[in-house]
Ligand binder design. Structure first.
Ligand code: ZN
Length: 54
């Protein structure tokens, strides 16, 4: 169980979750990065929707 850093929802993570994995909060839809698995810690993932090309 981990806590969403954005909306504080409890998120159930599968046992095979690995650090660096990206998941989506089922509550607020924010993309989250698993920064640690023991214990589970989540951080808001950097947006990849930005247009770097310009
Ligand atoms: Zn959330």
């Amino acid at each position: 169980m981990a806590e969403c850093p954005v909306c504080a929802a409890d998120i159930q993570l599968p046992d095979d979750t690995v650090a660096g994995e990206l998941i989506e909060c089922p509550d607020c839809g924010t993309e989250l990065e698993v920064t640690s698995v023991n214990p589970f810690k989540l951080a808001e993932a950097p947006s990849e929707e930005e247009d770097w090309g310009e």
